[in-house]
Design a protein around this ligand. Structure first.
Ligand code: ARG
Length: 470
């Protein structure tokens, strides 16, 4: 390739072409190019370049005139890209060189000064952090939308009785509102993890240049302030090389997906004819091309399925980093697609659930009927005996026999008569029937974190105050 010194028309020459005598193999060019996916960084790349130029002007490396031309040129390029009028070129490899070449094309000599004291290594690390910072904020807001939807359902179903499960066997009655608040807590921790991760994302690599820093008298704190970073990275070698911040984000995202997948699984089970606890809105389901009676819970199934790709991205990012010697290596170009797809996937899943949940019908009668089956108040009977002075282990044994009697005669505990119960323990009296009801059972659990409607109302009030985005 013959290096060119002027760029009157948008040049496809490599900015690094100077030391090469042979041009890049066509396949290798396509193989190594990242512009097909990293063009998504354009806005943050331009943001970073503007701050870099302004910092160079601030320290006197760039004239005010050149800086103004660069800033105006970059803004015009941003508009071109947004209008779909930008001609992306694979020969120019990545988003950074595409934009820089276009800048030189537009403003001439001044454009060639932008890359002073900078390398694509600190540039790309800066871009990705800026991009991910926005992405994390988007995910944070999307989590909150879903939390709000969950609170809306919880509020409506504070008194709704349902069976609580362990081992997917009916265990004890709970309120539907309480179950919803369990989902809320899972997401609240996800939200915290994201906020924590964001602190480490929001550190600026710019100024590290290729790896060793630059001889120009740069002011990194100035650029960091312009870009809203909390601080410049301490070590130039580390700044350009590590992508642990992306790994952390992927890990936080993987846990969000774990939680969404667990919710999805419950929604799939509950909407089946066998459980029949809920009906998902038609707008979120599809039918079968062969079985006319079918209404399939596609959205929760797809969310459950998409969990796999997010786990995969976490594994991909960890593997990209392992065994990389310091500092930058081309391996790092593989960081972008996992981050982008993780963001797209998590945002899509959160949005789908936030829309679907409030429109879902909760079948209160079916839930109550299911809660009444399966001796769900057996623990309440044991606790009753303890309050009457029977040691818990004996009480457990007595109730076990009561359940056996019920099973043998096809009746629930509340359907046994007093004499039969007294035959098992004389401590049992007429007042036992109050605690054998589902309402009595949940009402008794009125401590902090308990399922009693009064407690769930209190928990709802606290939950609203904890929403992160006000
Ligand atoms: N496209 C590259 C990446 O994504 C930009 C940095 C390239 N730096 C380099 N020295 N080749 O990582």
């Amino acid at each position: 390739m013959t290096p060119k010194t002027t760029h009157n028309t948008m040049s496809k020459e490599k900015p690094w072409g100077g030391r090469f005598t042979e041009s890049t193999d066509e396949f290798v060019e396509a193989f190594t190019a990242s512009v097909g996916f990293d063009r998504r960084l354009y806005r943050h790349d331009i943001m970073g370049s503007i701050a870099h130029a302004q910092m160079l002007e601030h320290v006197g490396v760039l004239s005010a005139k050149d800086c103004a031309a660069i800033v105006a040129g970059l803004k015009a390029i941003e508009s071109e890209i947004e209008a779909g009028a930008f001609a992306w070129s694979t020969q120019l490899e990545d988003v950074h060189m595409n934009i820089e070449a276009r800048l030189i094309d537009r403003i001439g000599e001044a454009g060639k000064k932008l890359h002073t004291g900078r390398s694509r290594n600190d540039q790309v690390a800066t871009d990705l952090r800026l991009y991910l910072r926005d992405g994390i904020d988007d995910v944070g807001r999307a989590i909150q939308r879903l939390q709000e939807a969950i609170l809306e359902v919880a509020e409506r179903e504070v008194e709704t009785l349902m069976p609580g499960f362990t081992h997917l066997q009916a265990a004890q009655p709970v309120t539907f509102g309480h179950h919803m608040l369990a989902w809320f807590e899972m997401l609240a921790r996800d939200q915290e993890r994201l906020r924590d991760c964001r602190r480490r994302v929001n550190i600026m690599p710019l100024g590290a240049a290729a790896l060793a820093g630059t001889g120009f008298p740069i002011d990194r704190a100035y650029a960091a302030k312009l870009l809203g970073f909390d601080a410049p990275a301490e070590n130039s070698i580390d700044a350009v090389s590590d992508r642990d911040f992306a790994v952390e984000f992927a890990a936080a995202a993987a846990l969000i997906m774990t939680h969404l997948s667990r919710m999805a699984e419950e929604l799939v089970l509950w909407s089946s004819g066998q459980f029949d606890f809920i009906e998902l809105p038609d707008a979120y389901c599809t039918g079968s091309s062969i079985m006319p009676q079918k209404k399939n819970p596609d959205v929760p199934e797809l969310v459950r399925g998409k969990t796999g790709r997010v786990y995969g991205h976490l594994m991909a990012l960890l593997t990209v980093m392992k065994a990389q010697p310091l500092a930058y290596n081309k391996d790092n170009q593989e960081d972008k697609e996992p981050v982008f797809d993780t963001l797209d996937t998590v945002l899509g899943c959160l949005k789908a659930f936030a829309g679907m949940l409030p429109a879902t019908t909760i079948k209160r009668d079916n839930l109550a009927r299911a809660a009444a089956r399966g001796y769900a108040t057996a623990t309440d009977l044991a606790d009753y005996l303890v309050r009457k002075g029977v040691p818990f282990r004996d009480a457990h044994e007595i109730v076990g026999r009561a359940v056996r009697l019920g099973l043998d005669t096809g009746r629930d505990l509340a359907e046994l008569d007093l004499e039969e119960l007294r035959g098992l323990s004389p401590a049992i009296e007429q007042d036992v029937f109050e605690i054998l009801t589902l309402e009595g059972s949940v009402k008794a659990r009125r401590h902090l974190g308990g399922t009693a409607p009064a407690q769930v109302r209190e928990a709802l009030r606290r939950a609203r105050k904890r929403l992160a985005y006000g």
